[in-house]
Design a protein around this ligand. Sequence first.
Ligand SMILES: [Zn+2]
Length: 64
Amino acid sequence: MATVVECPTCGTLVEWQEASRWRPFCSERCKLIDLGDWAAERHRIAGEPADELAADTPPPPKPY
Ligand SMILES: [Zn+2]
């Protein structure tokens, strides 16, 4: 009985197995779209004024 997840990008059901290379995404395209959105969001935040950031604030943890 296979575990099935929804593609975070388009909602397509994806079987969680070795053959589903891009899980939890249904395809490479959806994975790239999701990563692109994440990168864009990060870029937007990084582009805001950093007045409230103290100089001694440690760098944020890496997402992975
Ligand atoms: Zn998808």
